[in-house]
Design a protein around this ligand. Structure first.
Ligand code: ADP
Ligand code: MG
Length: 568
């Protein structure tokens, strides 16, 4: 399509500063009107993925409270100030709390939350420590970010960037870096008015080919419809302008109102044809075609970010990637480039070799952070999230050290820091101290255990319950045979299938890998070898989680089984 086809600008005042790039991309080249547009801006806006939208509703509140509390009562300040209410109320908000304008209009009306609000908070802005926050600075990721940018810059030149595969363990900053780069890419594309768009998909949530393609199709349909709507608005204005003043079309590329009308009809037909994909029910090839047509509706380069791509492949194979990676040879107007992000370094082993080589044109590795790097990351965040002097000196190094043991996971480090702050806040401490970090570590660890145990398959739960019963009866160095005997009785009690001892041994190994039991193989000389194990998680809490499972909850008085074992 040729920029030169553009009729001279001039219909609309104030358009001169807008580049009409997307105008030429729209629908059919012949139907171009002269009215420049701002499509790139809107197109990019509308797709903001789950990125910054805080998933936690309380989040917005905590930052918004100060302002929203202030505004409605502003009038009260002026009206009530004469009778002294203002002065009293202001006293109540303690210094350091940024509640200057807050007025509690009735002194006796000291509500449940007033004291809590008035307390000296440790946090300046807790949201900054939540996973939903995308930092603007990512220390120790400059190399990775620059490599991504170097590859993706082609998109701004209208060329197709190489596909990229990003690897690294959880919490190494992959998602944060990818989102940062995509925001920069989109804002630069707006600045230069080039049609380049980024689509972010979290494949942990969107985990089948149907859903991925449907989400993409519907996003592009929505964008296309917005583009069409804006264009129609202008064309209809032009029609009514031409109606009043027949010379109005002279400066446009429309020779007649008939031509204009047929363009409008064409656009209306296009919009009509774009049928959104339902959540289920269509054959996959129809979903694919719908996406294909939607993305190819006008010229653009689209970067599709597939975060947690390993989850998609694990759940539904590599068909999606195969289909996406061969699209470019068939697209007429647009180009797509895929950026896959994986926590699992080996996931490409499961890919079709063609998909593997296409997807991995460029590979970027995110190594784990060491304790020093984690300190920098935490310090950056702490500066904006905590009040000045709210942390003792050892807090950040300790959080960093704990998280460094946890494979250098920055998410864990931030969780620790936030939880430590919350615990300090709850205990009404003046500052966050080392002890709060240790408590936070225990709390997070326990939360993790509870979650892991809660989501175990029933058979594993029964095995674990057997171990717990043995421990509770003072058995040390529990061996596999002992576990198996109790396990069998438990299964009979709740009518569950009884697995072989071999399978139970496997389940014990899995529990070992999850860090729930600690099993060691011991040699019994000529009697062969057995596993001896003990529980490595808190017994009371774990038992409570198991019993909250409706099936295991049916086990009444399990004690006799264990007793029987000793009696035999
Ligand atoms: P991944 O996607 O690799 O699992 P994330 O990008 O989600 O990891 O990062 C986990 C958390 O740590 C997020 O809250 C993120 O903002 C933060 N984070 C990771 N790396 C950095 C960094 N270099 N600087 C600042 N924050 C970071
Ligand atoms: Mg991630």
């Amino acid at each position: 399509m040729d920029e030169g086809e553009h009729a001279p600008n001039g219909t609309d005042a104030g358009d001169a500063d807008e580049s009409p790039v997307l105008d030429t991309d729209l629908v059919d080249p012949g139907a171009d009107d002269t009215v420049p547009r701002d499509d790139t801006v809107d197109a990019a806006d509308s797709d903001a993925p789950d990125s910054n939208t805080s998933t936690d509703p309380t989040g917005d509140d905590s930052t918004g409270t100060e302002r929203s509390v202030t505004d409605p009562t502003d009038t009260a300040v002026t009206t009530d100030s004469e009778d002294g209410v203002e002065a009293q109320s202001r006293d109540r908000s303690s210094p350091g709390v940024d509640f200057d304008g807050v007025v509690f209009d009735d002194e006796d009306n000291q509500g449940l939350f007033d004291d809590l609000l008035a307390g000296e908070p440790i946090f300046e802005n807790k949201e900054v420590l939540r996973p939903s926050y995308t930092p603007h600075e990512l220390p120790h990721r400059t190399d990775q970010i620059n490599r991504m940018a170097t590859i993706l810059v082609s998109a701004l030149r209208g060329e197709t960037p190489s596909n990229i595969l990003i690897y690294g363990k959880t919490g190494t900053g992959k998602t944060a870096s990818a989102k940062f780069v995509s925001q920069e890419l989109e804002s630069t594309s707006k600045k230069y008015d080039v049609p380049c768009e980024v689509e972010y998909i979290n494949c942990e949530v969107t985990d089948t080919q149907y859903r991925v393609l449907a989400q993409l199709a519907n996003t592009f349909i929505e964008k296309n419809q917005a583009v069409i709507d804006r264009r129609l608005d202008r064309l209809r204005d032009l029609v009514s302008g031409a109606h009043d003043d027949p010379t109005a079309l002279e400066s446009t590329r429309f020779a007649s109102t008939d031509e204009l009308t047929s363009t409008i009809e064409q656009l209306e037909a296009d919009a009509e044809e774009m049928e959104p994909v339902p959540m289920t029910g269509w054959p996959t090839d129809r979903v694919y075609t719908t996406f294909f047509d939607a993305v190819d509706y006008h010229e653009r380069v689209v970067v599709i970010m597939l975060d947690e791509i390993d989850k998609l492949v694990e759940k539904s194979g590599d068909d999606t990637l195969y289909n996406l990676s061969r699209m470019n040879s068939e697209l007429d107007n647009s180009r797509i480039s895929i950026m896959g992000i994986s926590n699992d370094l080996k996931f490409t082993d499961f890919l079709d070799p063609r998909v593997k080589s296409s997807l991995g044109e460029e590979e970027i590795v995110f190594p784990p952070y060491d304790a020093n790097q984690l300190r920098d990351i935490l310090q950056h965040r702490a500066d904006i999230s905590f009040k000045t002097d709210a942390l003792t000196d050892d807090v950040i190094p300790l959080c960093a050290a704990f998280a460094a043991q946890e494979h250098g996971d920055a998410r864990r480090a931030l969780d620790l820091l936030r939880t430590a702050g919350e615990l300090a806040e709850r205990s009404q401490a003046e500052v966050v101290a080392e002890s709060h970090v240790r408590q936070a570590q225990d709390k997070i660890e326990l939360d993790r255990v509870v979650e892991v145990v809660r989501t175990l398959p029933t058979q594993s739960k029964i095995v674990l319950f057997a171990v717990i019963l043995l421990e509770k009866n003072g058995v040390h160095n529990i061996n596999t045979g002992e576990v198996f005997n109790i396990y069998k009785r438990l299964c009979e009690e709740i009518d569950a299938d009884v697995l072989t001892q071999r399978r139970v041994t496997d389940l014990i190994s899995e529990l070992d890998m999850l860090g729930i039991v600690n099993a060691v193989v011991v040699s019994k000389g000529r009697y062969g070898r057995t596993k001896e194990m003990g529980l490595s998680v808190p017994i009371e809490e774990t038992e409570a989680v198991l019993l909250s499972d409706s099936r295991l909850g049916d086990i009444e008085n399990a004690q006799p089984f264990v007793q029987a074992r000793f009696d035999n």
